[in-house]
Each structure stands twice: as structure tokens, then as C-alpha cells.
Design a protein around this ligand. Sequence first.
Ligand code: MLT
Ligand code: MN
Ligand code: ZN
Length: 302
Amino acid sequence: MLLRVLGTAAGGGLPQWNCACPGCSGARAHPGRRRRHASLAVRATEGHWYLVNATPDLGDQIEDCPELHPGPRPRQTPLAGVVLTDAELDHTLGIARLREAAGGVDVLATAPVRRALLDGLHLGDVLGPYTTLRWRGLDAEPMPLAEGSPLTVSAVPVSAKRPRYAAGMDADAALDAAWVVALRLTDRETGGSLLYAPALAAWPDAFQRAAAEADCVIVDGTFWDDEEPRRSGFSTRTATGMGHLPIDGPGGTAKRLAELPGRCLYTHLNNTNPLADPAAPQYEALAGLGLEVAADGMVIEL
Ligand code: MLT
Ligand code: MN
Ligand code: ZN
């Protein structure tokens, strides 16, 4: 399995357009600190790639990833589709940028995520005159990522946290747990497996089991500690209250990740996270636990 990390920032990116916090100002002063919105590219078969989440940075992310460049024919693209972990704007707005797709776009999503995009964002109505979104379901049952691909994809339900724009949509208790999922990708040829969870509001047993089996786990590193959003003054809620388990502290993810057998990396860093500064002492604390922070452009083979 071949993956490329296309971005590692939470909603807003680093820097965020309207923010002069230390993290964003630091990224303006030092371009090497910039992080695009969290996303991955994964190779399904030779020359056919899927994005995991479609961010507002999608155009630049494609340009920075040679494997996603079009050619050799003028409108031939290796980008076949998008797999979604949730319906949040930072993970879905990029779908609208694919409107030029002459051959349509595969979109793999759970039932509530699909409903949010169709009935909340009206992506189907808006894009219908331009291209075709070919919706495919996503659930706990592994299925081929694409025809002929050695990769299978499945979803591990994580939480019922909905995007704010979908708050008023009818509740469907049976589907609620699938608002936010972790993606499990397994290569039947190499045996390698990835678990990708950029939004972790909780750590359910099924997630723990999947994490313990994965060769590589890439998870929510939005906030360093639970008080960070309140301390930095941009929210009245804690990290957990905002749907992101913090890295550090008693209920934090670092301790749990340190116990896992596979390689573990953080992604989806908010601009308030001290990890926005590469010289932060928090990097040493993570290294001491054997944990990494994913970087934009990183290539992972499993
Ligand atoms: C999140 O990760 O919690 C969301 O992207 C937040 C938001 O954009 O409202
Ligand atoms: Mn987000
Ligand atoms: Zn900022």
C-alpha cells in the first residue's frame, strides 16, 4: 500500500487566513511550518488514486503530489475518487473543486455523511450540471477500494458528532455512530494495514481493536491538551467537548497510542496546538513515547 500525506492541519489550516495567533504568525514567518488541511492520497491500482477526504486545499495538494498529476492525455487524471471519514467542511469542500471531472468521481461515504452532503450542502444539486458523483456506501464490511485493487476499505464507527451545518437534520439513531468513522485500509497482497482517524471524539472498543491490529495508525492530534481551546480564547468548549480527544493528559490519546504495536502518527493539528512550532518541547515528549507527528508530503508504504 502506497500513501502520501497531503496535509496535516485541522479546519482553517496553518496559517488560517484570519488568524494572527502565535502558530499562524509563525507559519507566515517560516513557510516550512505551513500545514495544509488533513488529507491522504492512497494508490488503489497502478495509476489510480483515491483521496481520503477532500479539503479546501485540494487543488494545491494535487499540484504538490506528482502521483496525482494529469497526463499523458490532456484530460487524463489518476484521481478516481474520494473516501470520506465524516462530513465536516474541512474534509468535504474540496469535492466541489472536482467539478471538471469529465468521467465523474467516486465518493465513498457512510449513510449519514452522504445525506449531509446531499441534503445539507446540496452537493448533488450543485455539481449535477458539471459532473457525476458516483456514491458508494462505506461500512464495517471490507470491500475493494476499486475494481482490481488489492486494497480493501472499511469503516469503524467512532462518534455521532455532526457538522454544525447538519445539526438540524432529522436524527436517525440507527445511523448516528457513523457520522464520524475511522478508515481501515488493508492490502491483501502485502498484508499491510492502516487506520486513519482524523477526528476522534471517543475511543470505542471497536476502534481499540482495529488500532491494535493496524501496522500504522494516523489519528486526531487537533489539540495538545483538553483546555487548549478555552485557554487560547477561541472556544468556550474543551477539546473533548469539540469532538477531539486531546493528545496529553489523563484522557489523552498519547498513552493509548504508546501501548499499540504499530507505527503511530498524529495529524489534523489545530493552529493553537503547540506542535505548530517544530521546536516545541512537546515533540520530545512524543518521541519519548515512540509517537510521531505526520508531515505534509510524507510517503508511507505498508
Ligand atoms: C472539527 O474538526 O471539529 C471540525 O472541522 C470543526 C469545524 O470546522 O467546525
Ligand atoms: Mn476538522
Ligand atoms: Zn491561528
